[in-house]
Design a protein around this ligand. Structure first.
Ligand code: ZN
Length: 93
């Protein structure tokens, strides 16, 4: 798979995306697709520095989205969590 052509699961950019292990390999995180998020360099840095914590992942009608916490606020991708239209289309992955 060419990760560089995929869309960032947080900010939706297609710029230079790379794979990120949601549960780190060092903690026996799987190399299977369900444990791999596609992130752009900017979002990847925010996740690895713990500015953003990934809670879980959803499959939406528009591809995968990550539920995250930042500054005690919940988000889907980088949108606030409590948007009814967004929540309705979520399916737990
Ligand atoms: Zn991004």
């Amino acid at each position: 798979m060419n990760w560089k052509k995929l869309r960032c699961e947080l900010c939706e950019t297609r710029f230079s995306c790379d794979k990120h292990h949601i549960i780190p390999r060092a903690d026996n995180g799987s190399n299977q697709a369900y444990n791999i998020a596609v992130l752009c360099p900017c979002c990847h840095r925010e996740v690895t520095s713990n500015e953003i914590q990934i809670i879980r992942r959803y499959l939406t009608s528009d591809g995968f989205r990550l539920e995250t916490v930042r500054n005690n606020q919940r988000y889907i991708g980088k949108k606030e969590f409590n948007k009814p239209d967004l929540v309705q289309q979520l399916t737990l992955f």
